[in-house]
Ligand binder design. Structure first.
Ligand SMILES: Nc1ncnc2c1ncn2[C@@H]1O[C@H](COP(=O)(O)OP(=O)(O)OP(=O)(O)O)[C@@H](O)[C@H]1O
Length: 296
């Protein structure tokens, strides 16, 4: 065991709002830990408490075996959810500025190339597209070559190719021994890169495991969807749900698909069949308290 993050019993309230409720979290060296949860679940609060920028009401945090305040800042890269760097500088000037805060920072050109930004661009930060700005922000968290990288929704606004490229950045960092805490609303991202995923809901860590183990435990059954104008009772089965896509039936034995479709009277049209395996989004929906997002 080589824990980079070791937190126990973390609690934090803001007035009546319980942001963290008895959270224990351990992240091993070289692990990518994905943190998911509804808006207001406590993800940003947890990241800030772990990094020592917000004091918990209760509980203890050790980073690299030390109190967060004692850790050399050069060992940590943090990308907050909202981060507005000086917007009259070019990407290279910004990175030179942030890199200048650390001894032995990475080359500005290399870091910008890693996030897909042309190091030679003379476009100011203010004039970059939203996705380009976010890429530059990610670069600021990487420039000191951190041992622990904490990124809060890093790929928001970034296009699919850029997201994929950043996933590779994270897995390359893991291969080099960097520990990554990735807070995200992108379930594909968490499923693709995280070794373990923790789900926060109402400040509590309600589930934590490898993504496939979480899906097996909480994702539910595979679903067959029949795109048809037939009503649910045309199938003469229990648990048929009318969805926007068509009639949805859980836990179908694949060898029975033909027989099920044959039940539908010729008076109705059958336009297609879709088979869906459960994924992390199903875990999220199963564990998030219904209505929580709407009430925040
Ligand atoms: N400084 C603060 N003052 C008052 N309430 C706060 C403060 N910071 C956070 N909160 C509240 O604590 C709860 C947790 O917030 P937090 O930002 O940690 O959630 P989150 O999981 O990161 O949400 P999101 O997915 O929307 O970013 C929310 O209800 C929020 O309104």
């Amino acid at each position: 065991m080589d824990a980079v993050v070791d937190a126990t019993g973390l609690a934090k309230r803001f007035g009546e709002t319980v942001a963290l409720d008895d959270v224990d979290l351990t992240i091993e060296r070289g692990e990518i830990y994905g943190l998911i949860g509804p808006n207001g679940a406590g993800k940003t609060t947890l990241a800030r408490v772990l990094l020592g920028t917000l004091a918990p009401d209760a509980g203890q945090v050790r980073l690299f075996g030390q109190s967060p305040d004692a850790v050399d800042p050069a060992r940590i890269g943090y990308l907050p959810q909202s981060f507005d760097p000086h917007d009259r500088l070019t990407p290279a000037e910004l990175l030179a500025y942030y890199g200048g805060l650390y001894e032995g920072a990475q080359s500005v050109a290399d870091v910008l190339a890693t996030v897909g930004i042309d190091p030679a661009t003379t476009t100011r930060y203010a004039d970059l597209s939203g996705g380009e700005q976010r890429r530059v922000c990610v670069a600021t968290a990487l420039v000191n070559d951190p041992d622990l990288l904490v990124v809060d929704e890093p790929t928001t606004g970034i296009d699919p190719a850029g997201r994929r490229a950043l996933r590779e950045v994270f897995t390359d960092l893991r291969a080099a021994g960097t520990t990554v805490l990735l807070s995200t609303h992108d379930m594909n991202e968490a499923e693709a890169v995280a070794d373990r995923v923790g789900m926060l809901a109402n400040g509590r860590l309600v589930a934590e495991d490898a993504p496939d183990a979480l899906v097996a435990a909480h994702g539910g059954a595979s679903r067959l969807t029949i795109q048809t104008d037939a009503p649910p009772d045309a199938l003469d089965r229990q648990s048929v749900e009318q969805t926007e896509e068509g009639l949805q039936i859980p836990a179908v034995d694949p060898t029975r698909i033909g027989a099920i479709v044959d039940r539908i009277d010729d008076a109705y049209r059958v336009e297609g069949l879709t088979w869906t395996d459960p994924d992390l989004e199903d875990v999220y929906l199963a564990l998030a308290e219904p209505g929580q997002e709407a009430s925040r």
